[in-house]
Design a protein around this ligand. Sequence first.
Ligand code: GCO
Ligand code: MN
Ligand code: MN
Length: 388
Amino acid sequence: MSDYSPKPEHKFTFGLWTVGNRGADPFGSATREHKTPAELVYLLGEVGAYGVNFHDNDLIPIDATPAEAESIKKAFRKALDDTGLVVPMATTNLFSDPVFKDGAFTSNDPQVRAYALQKTMQAMDLGVEFGAKTYVFWGGREGTETDSSKSTVTAIQRSREAMNFLCEYALHQKYDLKFALEAKPNEPRGDIYNPTTGHMLAFITSLDHPEMVGVNPEVAHEQMSGLNFMHSVAQAWEAGKLFHIDLNDQYPGRYDQDLRFGSRDLKAAFFLVKFLEDVGYSGSRHFDAHAYRTEDFNGVKDFARGCMRTYLILKEKAARFNADPEIQAILAEINAPDETLTPLFGKFSAEKAAALQAAAFDRTAIASRGLQYERLDQLTIEVLTGVR
Ligand code: GCO
Ligand code: MN
Ligand code: MN
């Protein structure tokens, strides 16, 4: 029997807002009591997490006095020291307070845009104080319900201006900080700007310091758009931009569910874990999800343990897939090179173009070849279901 217990090297992290989620939804109030940040750190220590991440206001309530802030920080610091948990990532809450009802960096109101910059700089200071090296930007309110209200081009330009300003702030402060932009198509806004990881990757190329900025893709956010999450992650990875990842699960076409990792689409979760492990992704495996509203804090621990355990089970399944002789034989066969064609690929040359133009291809013969994907997928299912 394998050991599926989480270890620091697995880099499993949770947000304070995930295990601290109280189960409130648009139809009902909280079902779990409030726990302090320090209490949540002890809970995460108990279940074996490596790190804890926070929004500025998860740690320090927006209206806290300086004295209150100091005492919360002290208790939080002690909990980190007692448990050995680290803070790899921090972020700003630019969505809960009514002041952000029409966005933060993209608001039409200059007062709101200026306040959002102020709040973010202060939140960056707070994150760095606790050791964060990754700073996430999730623009939950950066969008519209009606496009009569705002110029989309202006909104994109305002987002760029804010990112450029904040990159310069990090440099000015000599912070060892990278930014990770998190896309989401909708919820809470009707439509959110830069709605997918692909949009974010394109946006990043337009920034003054693209080298400081990557993405934080989230399973549910791409699945809400009906996209293949692993493909988004792979594209970000290939571009050198996978700075962070938010793991959870989601039924497409539904409200934002934040389900326990791997609890909905096991096969998609498997291909994701396999990808991350195969390429040697070394960042945090951050769970941005929460327990069902039905649960008490024992259920919250079950939820957190389940996220990590499922990840490790799928990691083991990925190793099994990679070691399976039948699977590997099929993969070798369907990926076999054609030595006569190899010299014609790659960088363009007039000779290659001429050779390709002159080549004869038997389309019917090529197309008649079965690719064994049914067999391969069934073998994958058998690895996953534990009969192989
Ligand atoms: C959501 C988002 C958030 C962000 C978080 C960190 O759907 O609400 O995923 O949980 O990840 O604000 O930036
Ligand atoms: Mn989310
Ligand atoms: Mn998220």
